[in-house]
Design a binder for this molecule. Structure first.
Ligand SMILES: *Cc1c(COP(=O)(O)O)cnc(C)c1O
Length: 470
């Protein structure tokens, strides 16, 4: 399998180069496979639904061929995924795909754990350790730190803005031991990012260390996220066969989105044969992509802070990948766009709990709202010419190919729950009047000692520290 660059389609590199480089230094573009091979019929139409690990292996094989032997790939998958990725019914035509059963309770574990093991494998014969520097505003740092913890030959330094992340998030970052450590930077997230950027361009540091970024745009984080779209849609398809009311329904997946890596992974799964008929791109007030679907013009903006803060992205980097896989026309046919404000997010946590007994986190609540409104009549209204006014939340004025079926109530939905509600306990409490139950793995970190290292925001202090301590 070859990989190419979203900004230079003549480029051909292999998986190893794509993973190690992360993105193209020359063009600033992102790497993407040149093809998305459809899985064989014998797999897609198996009478028994494959397990998550079986699906992962089948799907990862073509992308790693020639760079990772199948026996090693199997070990990587077993080691990366000791947890389940379950699909649960919410109501007669809604399922929730729970992506928070990994160690840090958010979906980023799925991508980061695969990436960590792949990087560990690619670096194993090198004589120098790989030093990963990562700036985080919350969720990414803990997923990356946890994923690389105890991976031989790799060392991780996380930079986070002191006092500007939640208590649970800080605990998840600052309690690592061994090859992972966190610097509590006396500054903002932008200061943390600047320190990392400056380190990469500093010739002393580059000469002495092998630095890497483990960035969220790395292709080895994107591909594994396609595994759960494939498996959950096969599972739901199978179950629909037992319910004559819904056996002919289309399957629509709703993705709460920020940087749009998750939704891009969904598109990859569809190309590989997942029985998914369409997507709903659900965002908070940072609605750049829904507005792109509506107007056809892509206009990135500054991000604004919301309750679903892991989706506060005004300029989503994976738009470039989506636009390289599909034409705008194809994208508009494939997905509906929907956006939700903070008041509606709170209302949806309450509403879903009241109707179904299920507690959502603020990100999943955005997805639930979009799906629930579309099936309840938003799509039908749009088909009847009732349009959203400028500035209004809700379904944007763009009808996908599956719109008519949705208007007629002939769709079954899968919504993605990307974080455990206990990670956003304060917001959930505000909506429901009580705290969500904290899972044991999250409770445990709350009692571990804080090992973070205080750091000033000037580059000199940071560089000195790296020189002395790495
Ligand atoms: C990162 C994140 C998202 C957004 O995912 P993208 O791939 O950036 O669109 C949604 N929910 C949670 C909980 C996240 O951590």
């Amino acid at each position: 399998m070859w990989y190419t660059d979203t900004r230079d389609s003549s480029l051909r590199i292999d998986f190893r180069q794509a993973v190690i480089q992360g993105m193209s230094e020359k063009t600033g573009g992102l790497y993407i496979p040149t093809e998305f091979p459809e899985l064989p019929d014998s797999f897609l139409n198996r009478p028994s639904v494959p397990t998550f690990r079986e699906t992962a292996f089948e799907m990862a094989k073509p992308y790693t061929e020639g760079t990772i032997p199948p026996s090693v790939l199997e070990e990587i998958i077993v080691d990366a995924y000791p947890f389940d990725v379950p699909v649960k019914p919410l109501d007669p035509n809604t399922y929730v795909l729970e992506l928070f059963h990994g160690p840090t309770c958010a979906f980023k574990d799925v991508g980061a754990r695969f990436m960590a093991r792949v990087m560990g494998y690619f670096n194993k014969d090198e004589d120098k350790a790989l030093h990963i520097l990562v700036a985080t505003s919350g969720d990414t740092g803990s997923a990356v730190g946890s994923a690389f913890h105890n991976i031989p030959g790799i060392d991780v330094t996380i930079l986070y803005p002191k006092g500007r992340i939640s208590h649970i998030q800080e605990k998840q970052l600052s309690t690592f031991t061994g090859n992972v450590r966190a610097l509590s930077v006396n500054g903002s997230f932008d200061d943390c990012q600047r320190l990392v950027k400056d380190a990469f361009t500093d010739s002393d540091l580059r000469g002495r260390f092998k630095l890497s970024s483990a960035n969220s745009i790395n292709i080895s984080r994107l591909l594994p996220q396609a595994f759960y779209y494939m498996r959950s849609s096969l599972l739901v398809k199978n179950r629909m066969n037992y319910d004559p009311r819904h056996s002919e329904d289309l399957i629509i997946v709703t993705v709460p989105s920020g940087n749009f890596g998750n939704l891009t992974s969904g598109c990859i799964a569809k190309k590989m044969g997942a029985p998914i008929d369409g997507f709903i791109a659900a965002t908070n007030t940072n609605c750049t992509i829904p507005l792109w679907l509506e107007s056809g013009k892509y206009q990135p903006k500054e991000s604004v802070a919301t309750l679903s803060n892991a989706m506060d992205v005004g300029s989503p980097s994976n738009q470039e990948r989506l636009a390289s896989i599909y034409s705008l026309e194809e994208i508009k046919n494939l997905m509906a766009g929907f956006w939700v404000n903070d008041a509606e997010t709170l209302e949806s946590i309450e509403n879903c709990s009241y109707k179904t007994g299920y507690t959502l986190d603020p990100h999943g609540a955005v997805a639930w709202r979009a799906w629930d409104e579309i099936r309840k009549g938003a799509m039908k209204n749009l088909l009847n010419g009732i349009k959203r006014q400028e500035g209004q939340t809700g379904l944007v004025n763009s009808v996908p190919a599956w719109g008519k079926k949705a208007g007629d109530g002939k769709c079954t939905g899968i919504i993605l729950e990307t974080a455990h509600p206990a990670k956003f306990g304060e917001t959930v409490e505000k909506a429901l009047g009580h705290d969500p139950v904290i899972p044991e793995r999250l409770e445990k970190v709350l009692h571990l000692p804080d090992k973070s290292i205080p750091m000033e925001k000037d580059f000199r202090s940071f560089k000195e520290w790296l020189m002395e301590n790495l």
